[in-house]
Design a protein around this ligand. Structure first.
Ligand code: C2G
Length: 130
């Protein structure tokens, strides 16, 4: 049993989100996803996601490649989440490359390349959502 954990906001869920979750799932046999809360996003970016946390969580946990999903309440709790969910591998997109190396004492840390040409920010700009 290899348990994989990853984190994200997954706002305006798009193909880049699906790609990284499928690739994360393929690194083990149980995928756990921390979905950041509206409050965490607001504190991080000063912006509320377009979709509220219960909808973002519902979409992520309904995916066939996802076994469990939970709310990521704070960036400071990563070690706690890794231990609580007994994760063997932490996966993040390479926009975070190097930023989670401190967890290498707890689990493997893998950065996967992002999907080119799509982002929540671009989608919002294309739709003229502020
Ligand atoms: N992603 C990707 N390709 C894209 C867009 C996003 O592979 N074109 C990946 C990101 O690298 C990340 C995941 O999808 O691993 C979720 O992306 P976001 O929702 O933007 O998550 P973020 O706001 O970076 O939150 O604790 C860490 C944070 O919660 C991460």
């Amino acid at each position: 049993q290899t348990r994989v954990i990853t984190f994200g906001t997954y706002d305006l869920f798009h193909i880049g989100h699906l790609n990284i979750l499928k690739r994360a799932a393929a690194l083990g046999n149980h995928l756990i996803v921390g979905v950041s809360t509206d409050a965490l996003n607001f504190s991080k970016k000063g912006l509320k996601p377009v979709f509220p946390q219960h909808e973002r969580l519902a979409i992520v946990e309904a995916l066939r490649c996802v076994n469990e999903a939970f709310y990521e309440e704070s960036l400071e709790l990563k070690a706690e989440y890794i231990k609580h969910y007994k994760a063997d591998v932490l996966v993040m997109g390479d926009d975070w490359a190097g930023r989670f190396d401190q967890f290498k004492s707890l689990c493997d840390v893998v950065y996967l390349p992002r999907t080119e040409g799509i982002s929540t920010t671009d989608i919002k700009q294309g739709l003229a959502i502020p």
